[in-house]
Each structure stands twice: as C-alpha cells, then as structure tokens.
Design a protein around this ligand. Structure first.
Ligand code: ATP
Ligand code: MG
Length: 171
C-alpha cells in the first residue's frame, strides 16, 4: 500500500485553497488538484506491506500531537514536475519539528526515505505550462491543525484518490 502522512485542511481553508488552485490554473494551465485531494505532506512513506501498514495505523491512532498554526503567504514552484504550490514565505519551526519528530519515529520503525530538505507546500497544479507566480493573487491564510492523518494513496489506473486510515490525537 502506498502511504503518506499529511495535514488535511479544514473545510473553509480547503475552499480558499481551491479558489487559489482555480486562479493558478487559469494562468498556468496543467492539472489542477481536486479540492478533496488538497493536503500538506509531512512524510511520504511509499509502498508498505500490509503488516507494516497495520502497525502504522496503530501507531498513528495512539500518537498525541500539539495543535499548531501554519501561515500560507507565498507561491512557489518545482520546475521538474511542473508543480505550482502555496506555502510559507519563512520557514515554519513547528512544521520542521513535526517533520523531524515523525521521521525520527518512522526510522525507528524501519522506514526510510526522509528527504534531505523539507519544504512544506500544498500542491495546487501538476505539469503546469508556466511556472511564474508573478501575476498570481496575493494570499495570507492561516492553517489551524490539530491532527496528522495517515493516508492511503489509491491509484485505480485512471485517477488517484486518498483514503485516510488513521488520525493522531490532539494534546
Ligand atoms: P500521482 O503521483 O499519480 O500524480 P499523487 O502524487 O497525488 O498522484 P502520490 O504519488 O501517492 O499521489 O503522493 C502522495 C503525496 O506524497 C503527494 O503529496 C506527493 O507529492 C507526495 N510524494 C509522492 N512521492 C513522493 C516522493 N518520492 N518524495 C516525497 N513526497 C512524495
Ligand atoms: Mg505522485
């Protein structure tokens, strides 16, 4: 099973991000992420066997995390895959610490794949035709979160959908 850990936006923020995705799509083209798929990846785990997945579900369901806030005020792009995203202008210490804590625990459970550098971002477009963010609307959004989701990425050959398998508890 293909798994990842992510923050899922609350409904009002999901709507705001969807509107930004529309604005970006109008200017940059490419494939717009559907509203229901918008998320912030904290750790991509890749293919995990059924027994390990069950262990991770149990671990995540028993994990307690402090709530936090993330400021979204910048556009960004990854040239290779043509990704247009929104994220923060300045590094977010709480997200960096959460990323570190999760990967420390995951590595203790035998998982690998921690990236050398973590850039928190919400992907809005894939395979965009243009990557300049100069004429995209300004934004200043706040993402209030109190749980991390363990998500199953399901590819049925046509489309990818995400199914949450477990959630952490708020302290
Ligand atoms: P598709 O790859 O078919 O376009 P997707 O990217 O939405 O679909 P996944 O590839 O399962 O679905 O990715 C789930 C999440 O993990 C996404 O946020 C994606 O950007 C991230 N991700 C995928 N592969 C990696 C990787 N190798 N390293 C870091 N993050 C990844
Ligand atoms: Mg992918």
């Amino acid at each position: 099973m293909r798994l990842f850990l992510a923050l899922v936006p609350p409904p009002a923020l999901r709507g705001r991000l969807g509107a930004l995705a529309d604005a970006a799509h109008a200017r940059c083209g490419g494939r717009r992420m559907p509203d229901e798929s918008l998320h912030l990846t904290l750790a991509f785990l890749g293919e995990v066997g059924a027994a390990k997945a069950a262990e991770l579900v149990d671990w995540v369901n028993h994990l307690t995390l402090a709530p936090g806030k993330w400021r979204l005020d910048a556009w960004g792009a990854f040239q290779g895959p043509g990704i247009v995203w929104v994220g923060g202008q300045s590094p977010d210490p709480a997200l960096a610490a959460l990323h570190e804590r999760l990967w420390h625990a995951l590595e203790g459970r035998g998982l690998t794949g921690r990236p050398a550098r973590y850039v928190p971002h919400v992907t809005l477009l894939r395979r965009a035709e243009r990557l300049e963010a100069d004429d995209l609307p300004d934004m200043d959004l706040e993402w209030t979160y109190n749980q991390v989701a363990l998500i199953h990425s399901i590819n049925d050959g046509q489309a990818v959908r995400y199914a949450p398998l477990a959630h952490t508890r708020a302290s």
